[in-house]
Design a protein around this ligand. Structure first.
Ligand code: FNR
Length: 190
């Protein structure tokens, strides 16, 4: 908890698409979060190069990677909303996690992390989330378990023009997850 007396979360999106449903979900979160939780978007990740250990050794970490690592370090928790690509974690997100994982005192260690996914399909990105959980094991993150948020049939859940999250059932479920995540952060951060 920092100066504002709230649990400060950083929201990271696994899609770079302008019309991303996952990004739209992240934008909806501040409205659905408990009063004591603040959610800020992570610094932009769209220009982070593909991970290359030679680049890291010769030039150090890209500024965007360090900015993201700092944002994660400073936050009380991380909320990741990501699509599922080919039954797994999108390369964009995996690449970012690979970079951040090499930063000294890597910031995901013991960091509470909450997962969400939106997809056009029925399973709502579930397969991606279980692969992401496995990655988070190596990073030593404290990944929140239930309730899980898998938003399937994305086109029916968001307004076609504004991308506002309009589906009441989804709004209720996400609200419940964020409340439970806040309680979890209190517990594990002691
Ligand atoms: C997809 N999509 C998809 N959906 C799914 O449920 N399971 C999958 O394995 C995949 N695989 C996949 C691969 C690739 C390369 C693309 C581009 C898309 C569809 C995906 O869920 C849909 O495009 C989402 O809308 C993407 O999320 P954003 O960009 O809207 O946040």
């Amino acid at each position: 908890m920092s100066g504002n007396g709230k649990l400060n979360m950083v929201g990271l999106c696994g899609s770079l698409r302008a019309g991303s449903f996952n990004h739209a979900l992240l934008r909806a979160l501040p409205d659905l979060a408990p009063e004591r939780m603040a959610i800020a978007e992570a610094p932009p990740i769209g220009t982070i190069p593909l991970y290359n250990a030679d680049v890291q050794n010769q030039s150090g970490f890209p500024a965007e990677v360090m900015a993201l690592a700092e944002a994660i370090r400073a936050a009380d928790g991380v909320i990741i909303a990501s699509p599922e690509y080919n039954y797994s974690v999108p390369g964009v997100l995996k690449n970012v996690l690979d970079w951040v994982s090499r930063v000294k005192d890597q910031p995901f260690r013991a960091k509470p992390v909450c997962l969400q996914s939106v997809s056009g399909g029925q399973l709502g990105g579930a397969r991606m989330q279980y692969h992401l959980r496995q990655i988070m094991v190596f990073l030593g993150a404290d990944v929140f378990t239930t309730p899980e948020v898998f938003v399937g049939g994305a086109q029916q859940k968001f307004d076609a023009e504004t991308l506002a999250l309009t589906d009441e059932g989804t709004r209720d479920f996400v609200t419940r997850q964020l409340k439970a995540f806040a309680d979890y952060v209190d517990r594990v951060s002691g």
